[in-house]
Design a protein around this ligand. Sequence first.
Ligand code: 4AD
Ligand code: MG
Length: 458
Amino acid sequence: MKKTIKELLQTAPESQSVEVQGWVKTNRDSGSLSFIEVTDGSCLAGIQVIAESELENYATDVKHLSTGSSVHISGLLVKSPTKGQDVEVRAEKITLLGTADPETYPLQKKRHSFEFLRSITHLRSRTNALGAVVRVRSELSCTIHRFFKERGFFQVHTPVITTSDCEGAGEMFTVTSLEPGKFAKDDPFAGDFFGRRAGLTVSGQLQAEIYALSHGRVYTFGPTFRAENSNTSRHLAEFWMLEPEMAFCDLDCNAAVAEDLIRDLAAGVLARCADDLDLFNRFVSKGLVRKLETVRDTSFVKMTYSEAVDELLRAEEKFEFPVEWGIDLQAEHERFLCEKLAGRPVIVTGYPKEIKPFYMRMDDNGKTVAAMDVLVPGIGELVGGSQREERLELLTDRMEQAGLDLDEYRWYLDLRRFGSVPHSGFGLGFERLVQFVTGMANIRDVIPFPRTPGSAQC
Ligand code: 4AD
Ligand code: MG
């Protein structure tokens, strides 16, 4: 493979022959000379190419190279005499690979709104900001795998199609191969592909628990789907979730892993994505780098749900949703706690059992469960997790109260019948993490192909 522009920019300019492959960002023609900036997505910066009018296709192609056209250039990498770049390429041959008609190519050199870019999902990754999101997202994903590998975790691939609604919130998309009108009245899915109702997973947790009880430390990281009709800047119908699950680990241990991970991720992007973060810091979210440094360098604040409610009641803030013990915290409450009260991420534990799913471990008070949410500035809930109920009888009671069919979840109860141990885990919404790290306001701009109510492009 030829060198990327990132690699070329790091190469010592000893007048060596190089090849540049990429897309024209800008082309300034000064009559006898063209200054062409070429990018290839490998880094934020482009490389400057100097083309002289002696080139054989100067008048026919080079002079007219327009934004977005693709080129192959061979030439000499030299030290740049002018400010703005360390090295540049003196072109010896320029081949125009593909044109991009300036009349119709939507990405001319000017700032486009993220909203407009959403209408061209197939081209937006060529812009500076959306291109930077792609690199930061990839870096975060690599860091996650490295983090867990270093701590002895195994990655488990949990199913996309499942018959268990983990969160019990009725937000599963149904998967069917039946034609409309072919559903039987009494048992609609009996004649369907799986012979029973199946859907797209809302969480890989229940399956991850199986493997935590054989391999100790595992994680699953994949797409999850929720048919919730939330048209907000932090909800998607298809999003990626990271879910570690750990045997012999209580709620404190769980919270410590979540905190270590988030701080490690902040440190990782600060160290390895400096140019991209600088772009976000200047044009998208002022103070972003400072915020990430705080996350990297300071420990999170911990409080119980009851303490959080007290703080919210004491606050002089006007909330849209009234606060009382028992409510599910809304984004405005979560953001108040971490942005105004703590000024850094907050871990809230011990939520009322009524607002949390059946699998969370009951606290001794009989009112709260061993749940934890990690709230971060600018986002609110980034992580939701818990210690799981490992006691067969208590779990069975909770499942009955939740109206679950115990026969369908027999396998889950078996994990408590045979060698049950204390265990816990959490789910980190990957797009919310990318939002947090880049400061991008809308979750639709941090996933390549957003799926939201009424919208699915490509
Ligand atoms: O809090 P949630 O619903 O937790 C679970 O699904 C657990 N089974 C996880 C576990 O313990 N293994 O979701 C976890 C995280 C949330 O904190 C949020 O960051 C993200 O997933 N999330 C969403 N992200 C984007 N769009 C949505 N519709 C989301 N719903 C949840
Ligand atoms: Mg949650």
